[in-house]
Design a protein. Structure first.
Length: 135
């Protein structure tokens, strides 16, 4: 499961940031996951919980979803991905392999299937909060 590899990356990055910032304790970590990124949030949180080092022992883990944004390569129109109105199989296919979206979606402005995903993929640390000193 790639959630464990992602969790390892999150824990390593938080540990590095805590060291660079002189934090003695991390109190909160916010992770953002793109809407089109195929990640099981519950497994990711569980994996982070299992891998967390002592500096993160009591940290609140927040996982937020970053909405997907698309931009037409023909007319430049940008819009948010909205799975409403799509058949369940189509919506799942797009979430599993976002590249298939071109077979099912069209630019709402000009009707072109030639668009790019400009937001809504990937996973990143949005914030790390902690305490310096004995706090």
């Amino acid at each position: 499961m790639h959630e464990w590899a992602l969790a390892e990356g999150v824990v390593a990055a938080v540990s590095r940031i805590a060291e660079e910032q002189g934090l003695k304790r991390v109190t909160e970590v916010t992770v953002r996951i793109g809407e089109l990124q195929q990640v099981d949030r519950e497994i990711l949180i569980f994996a982070i919980d299992q891998l967390r080092p002592p500096i993160m022992r009591d940290a609140k883990i927040i996982v937020e979803e970053a909405p997907a944004k698309l931009r037409c390569r023909v007319c430049g129109h940008s819009w948010r991905f909205d799975p409403k109105g799509l058949e369940e199989e189509v919506s799942e296919a797009i979430h599993f392999v976002p590249e298939v979206a071109h077979a099912y979606l069209r630019c709402p402005s000009c009707g072109s299937p030639d668009f790019e995903v400009v937001e809504g993929r990937g996973i990143w640390l949005a914030s790390v909060k902690g305490l310096r000193g004995d706090g």
